[in-house]
Design a protein around this ligand. Structure first.
Ligand code: GLN
Length: 543
């Protein structure tokens, strides 16, 4: 949680934890995801993790896949001490090859790359033989199963002490197990959905073989996290943090409020380019609804006056908004600190950040010997010179876990499922100069679009939607008069990860209704268009 190493009660001390050692596979984080879905807590570390530096003992270890070949000179290897740890181990793909290499140096380049679906035959050994544990990995699974392969290297023969537990037509050692130790290797990827029953195998490993408790639930996480925050900040410690009305910052803020009440100071900066009525609504939800100690700073005039005249470069808008945000936040923090110190006798020492696990994974995941490991960047872009220690209560969670936690903490459904909203707000949805009048038009059109999406029951099907204002005028006829007014572009996308996205296929009647309402109700607009560009090549936002 804290990035200064002073975490008093880390989850791996409370929950049985499976350690995933990452060799850089694109699927590594999915192993973590799948185990969490089984309510088993799991943490990922780079494959080069030294066992002596690990302050906790995992219930089991999973070695991920990876792009290297174990026999090449620069291939990464685990700390050999991991093999002496005495807990069960499962190697997946490169992980299998790493185990084989450790015990027998018996991996070589295959003649044929194997990529895609394969049919696996499970080879059972019956209970008595080999102490019964070898069959456990495939317990409850059919003898024939569909799996996903993605490898080129192969084992030349089994290392000493191992037996085959599964084969495919191309891979005679698609699954192996040690005869006496709980060491397993599989060539296929159980963590991807293309291996339909992969989750059963992961469960067999984590729950039956490692005996990890399945107690990673959001209810327990809340209790553990509150205790952890309290222990971390102490009896007088005070924390400040920016909130935006988005799910991450709201959930983090609510958790702080539950843990330390008024000693958490939330700040909402109204930058003048939030959505229609947003500052007011967020204030209501966070204060009256959730009891969070919130200061709203209306700095809209400062932001809008600085945005004046920026017509060419969207990056300039982002910079102006980012810098002004930092300025306003720092001023507010100083003010709050003065007041807080006088009546509560504790300094503000901590800054709350809504960092999520994918950011953490991104910064620790193994990128290979030459790649520099990215240092963790500040999510809100707040400056280091504020001299505050970071507190990151969501840093162990994936996005969907944050949503579940939000629901658990009583945060209203529409906030929990809210579409992402960029920091520079609708300023980057107004192409060209941002003026109060342009803000009004963009806001009103956006409000209607989102209202109709919700009314049609599509809000959760669409991943992100908004109305953008184009900097051009078109001719129209309204009430028999020729008008020359602006054009609204609607954008709505579906995506699972926001890296790629496709435009949402609304039906014609829906678009017709939205278009009619916007032209009728928003002064200054005479045309509405729908953006049918996917990402790539388009981005989700317009600027
Ligand atoms: N590089 C190894 C191979 O080609 C491992 C691949 C993997 O882990 N997906 O066999």
């Amino acid at each position: 949680m804290a990035t200064d190493g002073s975490d008093p009660i880390p989850p791996h001390k409370t929950f049985d934890t499976i350690l995933v050692l990452d060799f850089g596979s694109q699927y590594s984080h999915l192993i973590t995801r799948r185990l969490r879905e089984l309510n088993v807590y799991c943490e990922m570390l780079p494959c080069t993790q030294k066992l002596a530096e690990l302050e906790w003992t995992p219930k089991g270890v999973i070695l991920s896949g990876g792009p290297y070949s174990v026999y090449s000179d620069d291939a990464p290897h685990v700390d050999p001490a991991i093999f002496e740890l005495g807990v069960p181990m499962l190697g997946i793909c490169y992980g299998l090859q790493e185990i084989a290499w450790h015990f027998g140096k018996n991996v070589l380049a295959g003649e044929k790359r194997e990529y895609g679906h394969a049919y696996l035959k499970v080879d059972r050994h019956g209970d008595g033989e080999a102490g019964g544990h070898v069959d456990k990995l495939f317990a409850g699974l059919e003898d024939d199963m569909e799996v996903w392969m993605s490898h080129a290297d192969k084992l030349s023969h089994l290392p000493d002490g191992f037996i085959t537990v599964a084969t495919t037509s191309n891979a005679p050692f698609a699954g192996m197990a040690h005869k006496t130790k709980k060491l397993y290797g599989i060539q296929f990827h159980p963590e991807v959905t293309h291996t339909p029953k992969g989750i059963v195998l992961l469960k067999n490993f984590a729950v039956d073989i490692c005996q990890a408790k399945t107690d990673w639930t959001m209810g327990k996480f809340v209790d553990q996290e509150i205790a952890r925050i309290r222990a971390l900040v102490g009896e007088k410690g005070q924390v400040i943090g920016a909130v935006s009305g988005g799910v991450d910052s709201t959930v983090a803020a609510k958790l702080m409020q539950e843990a330390i009440g008024e000693r958490f100071h939330a700040v909402l900066v109204d930058n003048g380019v939030l959505r229609l009525n947003e500052a007011k609504q967020v204030k209501e939800t966070l204060t009256a609804g959730l009891g969070i100690n919130l200061t709203v700073v209306d700095a809209s005039e400062r932001f809008l006056s600085r945005l004046k005249g920026i017509t060419d470069d969207p990056e300039k808008k982002r910079k102006v908004i980012g810098n002004t945000f930092i300025e306003v936040f720092q001023e507010t923090a100083k003010k709050i600190a003065r007041e807080a110190t006088s009546d509560r006798a504790g300094e503000i020492e901590w800054l709350l950040q809504g960092t999520l696990y994918p950011d953490v994974i991104e910064s620790i995941s193994f990128k290979g010997p030459s790649a520099t490991i990215k240092t963790h960047h500040n999510v809100g872009g707040l400056p280091k010179d504020m001299n505050l220690k970071l507190i990151e209560p969501l840093r162990e969670l994936f996005k969907d876990e944050v949503r579940e936690l939000g629901t658990n903490l009583g945060i209203p459904e529409d906030l929990v499922w809210r579409h992402p909203f960029p920091g520079p707000g609708i300023a980057i949805r107004i192409l060209g100069e941002v003026t109060p009048e342009q803000v009004r038009i963009a806001r009103e059109a956006d409000y209607i679009f989102i209202e109709e999406i919700k009314a049609a029951g599509l809000y959760r099907k669409v991943s992100q939607a908004f109305a953008a204002l184009l900097p051009v005028k078109a001719v129209g006829v309204m009430g028999d008069n020729r008008v020359h007014a602006q054009v609204i572009a609607l954008r709505a996308v579906e995506t699972s990860d926001f890296m790629t996205a496709d435009w949402y296929p609304f039906d014609g009647a829906f678009l017709k209704k939205v278009s009619r309402r916007i032209v009728n109700e928003v002064d200054g607009v005479c045309r509405v268009v729908y953006d049918i560009t996917s990402k790539p090549p388009g981005t989700i936002e317009m600027e």
